[in-house]
Design a protein around this ligand. Sequence first.
Ligand code: PFF
Length: 492
Amino acid sequence: MAVPRENWSSRTGFILAAVGSAIGLGNVWRFPYICYQNGGGAFLIPYFFALFTCGFPLLMVEFAMGKRARGGAPQAFQAIRPFMSWAGWLACLCAFIIVTYYCSIMAWSWDYIWYSVKLAWGADADGFFKGQVLNLTSGPGVLGGVQVPILIGIVLTWAAILAILWKGIGSVAKVVMLTVPLPVLCLVILAIRGLTLPGAVDGVTYYLQPDFRKLADPRVWLAAYGQILFSLSLGQAVLLAYASYLPKDADIANNAFMTGFANCGFSFFAGFAVFSALGFLAYQVGVPVQDVVKSGPDLAFITYPTIISQLPFWAPFFGAVFFLMLLTLGIDSAFALVEGFATPLKDATGVRHIKVVVWLCIIGLAVGIIYVTRGGYHWLDIVDHYISDYGLVTIALAECVTVGWIFGSGRFRREINEISEIAIGRWWDVCIVVVTPLVLGYILISSLVKGILEPYGGYPAWANWVGGWGMMIVAILIAVFLASRYNRKEVG
Ligand code: PFF
């Protein structure tokens, strides 16, 4: 009755899928800004420190945990200590919550490819985005109606996710052959265009000018850790699910190094494309670069369109390339997030993969409707903040405790070394047992204290409760329920 578990047909397929999930919107609109804000070129020191002490060690943990359990996040925790499987279910739920709003950002990108053709935002990209596209309400308390073009965008996105996951990991391996190189190509085009514009050098200088004094500020080091976690898609069930399809003798350590270097290299390069364009905008408007620097959706949907309008030739083409890049960056992160939940659900319940995926897509689309209302943007902001600040740090911490403290880091490292091309040394134990848990614990406690003292983003306390604390508490309760319900079943 048991169906044999699928395996990645090639190593490239697995690595590209892991890289595709890691390289996402955050590489373009989060990294360059965080780098600039936290010391420019000097930020690369804490960033690489975080990559080596937290990024690579946790990538190895997730790859190895998923592979040895041959199951998604909860099964991976369960295989070490059944008591810890709640953390795996929490990771799945966080991944699913993320994808519900990630899809609405992709929906804007679909729409903006279309708007690029006529440079529809005209001279006022800010007014166009917040007014015409989002038709934003005054606050989270007023939802307003649904914005039909965005609704069409999320339907398209969920349809794409469904089509890609239809045949399971086999089709993922094929799709990532396109969705990983395509945004890289788009970025190269944009970087060449950006770097050949007047003002580009000033922009890049701003991006990388080292400010070594910043290294004395602990917040800079915390920012580096936060960015590494988010960027490598750690603590979100995704990599555990992908790794569960690795063949028995698959390498761990080298795969982790390749994934980490590819992702961080892309981020670093994206900074050149983004800051050269910002330098150009500052030059055109006649203001200093710091006056035009933005991050997040504002960078992508307001500042970038403004830059595109100023381009001397082929503006619609570069606009379309930029939004196509966002779409292709996002899609492999989006379907990875769904697969992160689908794999363990299928393993736990024995329901067929396709059935689980169809249901997740329907529920995801239904939940996502909230983000396509006129007030949806406020909710997206709140939910994203709580998930990124608390959800993923909690899960990554649980991984360190489960592997480093409960299972034993030495024993786990020997397991990794038995099958890896590169042997990892005791430095790995130090990272998993001491450095990373200490830093993550500190991040979690300090964000909790800050979050309790002041409601996030100036939103009313009730909205922070509904979209933040309340959502996290409900997710934890559901995770505990799922853990108690499914722990008794055999891991598939
Ligand atoms: N790593 C992606 C980014 O940097 O944009 C975002 C993301 C994707 C986070 C997938 C988590 C995830 F599971």
